[in-house]
Design a protein around this ligand. Structure first.
Ligand code: GLU
Length: 304
């Protein structure tokens, strides 16, 4: 498979899509990102690395981190985790409060904000030094020690994150947050502020394509069954209320973020990350979705 040529074709064939969509402006730092950035990086399980465009520029991974956070919590806590957060697609926006009230403080899944806030609370209980241990886990997944939080992004989001604060308080009122609400929100915002390039992001998702094993090592971060379940969550819940559309058009498990990134996994083959900051009305990268649709069309690889 000539991945390099395919990535170049994808960039050319989606060039007309550049300029379509909106930046996420509700987090102040995200409003400053140059809207015309486009990068894509594909990492294969046998060590192949293929890239095009702005694939080395770190960007705010935002909600993509939710996959890494739930993966860490699941790896440590096992099946007990699902007593506090569900595994059903929500069909509502990532920051919806309505469902949480109906469902008595048990978020639909860990990839919407309410679920990720519960996961942040779980990690605070499980880890001695959560900020340090979580970034160490992300660095290990990506095999890259340079990945960091962006404190300015986290602070900016904290100053404007009223809806997430409402959600955390509602969760607390139902008894599904154990730590201090502000402590949980700070850790949640900090985790969302992690910056990674497409290359680092693709690398960090390779274990999901590799039965939970860090590529090139014998180390397993998750079991085969946990990997299956984490991929299933990405497939059914990874794209806000557009998970069906992404499954229909792309056919890979993945996760998007409001920074315009998408990471996706083709089990036993590759992980891919694409970045283009302008979002469609559902909050997913407009050009990024088109690019991944072309990738599975051209390669013929998808989970279906
Ligand atoms: N930190 C963002 C928020 O909670 C993440 C949103 C996203 O990427 O979906 O609003």
């Amino acid at each position: 498979m000539n991945y390099q040529q395919i990535l170049e074709e994808i960039a050319a064939e989606t060039a007309d899509e550049a300029g379509r969509g909106q930046l996420a402006t509700y987090i102040p730092e995200l409003a400053k990102v140059p809207p015309d950035r486009f990068g894509i990086h594909l990492a294969t399980l046998d060590g192949g690395q293929f890239a095009f465009g702005d694939a080395e520029i770190p960007f705010s991974i935002q909600s993509i981190v939710k996959v890494l956070a739930v993966a860490m919590a699941y790896g440590k806590l096992g099946e007990r985790l699902w007593q506090r957060v569900g595994v059903e697609p929500s069909g509502t926006a990532f920051n919806s409060l309505v469902q949480l009230e109906y469902e008595k403080g048990i978020p639909r899944n860990p990839l919407i904000n309410a679920g990720a806030i519960v996961i942040a609370d779980v990690l605070l209980d499980l880890l001695d030094d959560p900020e340090t241990e979580f970034i160490a886990f992300v660095r290990k997944m990506a095999a890259d020690e340079t990945i960091s939080y962006n404190l300015q992004v986290a602070e900016g989001e904290k100053a404007t994150g009223f809806r997430n604060a409402a959600m955390a308080n509602l969760l607390k009122s139902f008894g599904n947050i154990r730590n201090d609400v502000n402590r949980v929100l700070d850790f949640y915002f900090l985790s969302c502020s992690i910056e990674m390039s497409c290359r680092q992001l693709a690398q960090s998702f390779l274990p999901f394509a590799n039965h939970g094993q860090l590529p090139g090592t014998t180390e397993k971060v998750f079991t085969i069954s946990q990997t299956k379940r984490l991929n299933a969550l990405m497939q059914t819940c990874g794209f806000y209320d557009e998970a069906g559309e992404f499954t229909f058009k792309v056919g890979l498990p993945g996760k998007s973020g409001v920074g315009g990134g998408i990471a996706a996994v083709c089990p036993k083959q590759f992980a891919v990350a694409v970045w283009s900051p302008l979002l469609n009305p559902k909050g997913n990268s407009h050009r990024g979705m088109k690019a991944l649709e072309l990738l599975t069309t051209k390669t013929g690889f998808s989970v279906f």
